[in-house]
Design a protein around this ligand. Structure first.
Ligand code: RIB
Ligand code: CA
Length: 321
């Protein structure tokens, strides 16, 4: 079913295996129109992420979508190398993608984002699935950004779930807590898709095989990059599978998956240098009273997803060319 009026989306990512699933979902979903991609340091170096985004987009038949290189390192610190043990040396597992030959645009990711926000005033949705450095830079570049943008949906944080880079900290927020604090504090509608839901929805071998068995060349390549990523998760789940971090955020942003519980509460980020650095501090004190409204709160924290996510992702991703 094609949406009569697909709304424009800018994706900020660090591709990254699960980022590529999010990218594919936003290209394939009839409910949205991907109008720009920015890359940020994280799973791999920002330039490598940009090459991966260009190659994935060309493979998926969306080579016309502009890709911009963003921050090389966090706003307060250095880039200490990617997560090769999770995403592979170049962010694509052990796979070498077909070369697209296309190159990123000559603007920064923050500049591209601000341009798109003006061009699609009131309509643009931001999906952020990496560290939030580019979004903080865009807010500094254009302080009116929260008024120009429809919503921000981000994969990051953890409300009640343990962290994945420390007992309390999730990787995207933890890699640049200062930028994350700025993004959560900005006065825009924000949906936080954190580990509370992304760790409880997994992709299994049957789903990976369904991608591979489809006639979609893109889905076949996604199945291949998942192979290495599945091995990493043996230590997490005790079996080959994967959490669904970035693609779940993309599906929620596109409306393909609707959380059954996502209270709008105040969220702060610990940007101190103590043991809680990078923690998302969510005001969930009303959890036994149905989460009564909180004045000035603007962050919806996804806590429960009612429908199976993986089959929905397979349905959408296998429509790619
Ligand atoms: O914590 C999970 C997040 O960190 C995902 O976005 C993954 O791609 C990595 O960036
Ligand atoms: Ca990511």
């Amino acid at each position: 079913m094609n949406s009569p009026n697909p709304h424009p989306i800018y994706l900020d990512c660090d591709p990254g295996v699960d980022d590529s699933l999010a990218l594919g979902y936003l290209v394939a979903s009839p409910a949205v129109r991907l109008v720009g991609v920015g890359t940020v340091f994280g799973n791999t170096a920002v330039e490598t992420g940009a090459k991966n985004a260009c190659d994935w987009l060309a493979l998926m038949g969306a080579g016309d979508v502009p890709v911009a290189i963003g921050a090389k390192k966090p706003s307060n610190g250095e880039f200490h190398g990617g997560a090769a043990w999770i995403h592979g040396d170049h962010g694509t597992g052990t796979v070498t993608l077909p070369e697209s030959g296309s190159t990123p645009v000559d603007r920064s990711a923050a500049e591209l984002l601000v341009d798109l926000a003006h061009r699609h005033e009131g309509e643009l949705q931001i999906v952020a699935v990496g560290p939030l450095t580019n979004l903080a830079e865009a807010l500094a570049l254009e302080p009116r950004l929260p008024r120009l943008v429809r919503r921000v949906t981000l994969m990051g944080g953890a409300a009640l779930h343990p962290g994945n880079i420390s007992p309390v900290t999730e990787a995207n927020v933890g890699k640049d807590p200062e930028s994350a604090r700025i993004v959560f504090a900005a006065d825009w509608p924000l949906t936080m898709v954190g580990l509370d839901v992304t760790m409880r929805n997994t992709f299994e071998e049957e789903h990976r095989e369904a991608l591979r068995a489809s006639g979609s060349r893109s889905a076949h390549h996604l199945a291949d990059v998942l192979d290495f990523y599945f091995d990493f998760h043996i230590d997490v789940y005790g079996r080959r599978c994967s959490a669904l971090h970035d693609p779940l955020a993309a599906a929620i942003a596109a409306g393909g998956i609707v959380p059954t519980l996502a209270p709008t509460v105040a969220v702060d980020v610990d940007d101190t240098f103590g043991p809680g650095r990078g923690q998302t501090i969510c005001a969930l004190g009303g959890m036994h009273r149905g989460f009564p409204a909180q004045e000035d709160a603007h962050c919806s924290v996804a806590l429960e997803i009612g429908t199976p996510v993986a089959p929905h992702l397979v349905d959408v991703l296998t429509t790619l060319p």
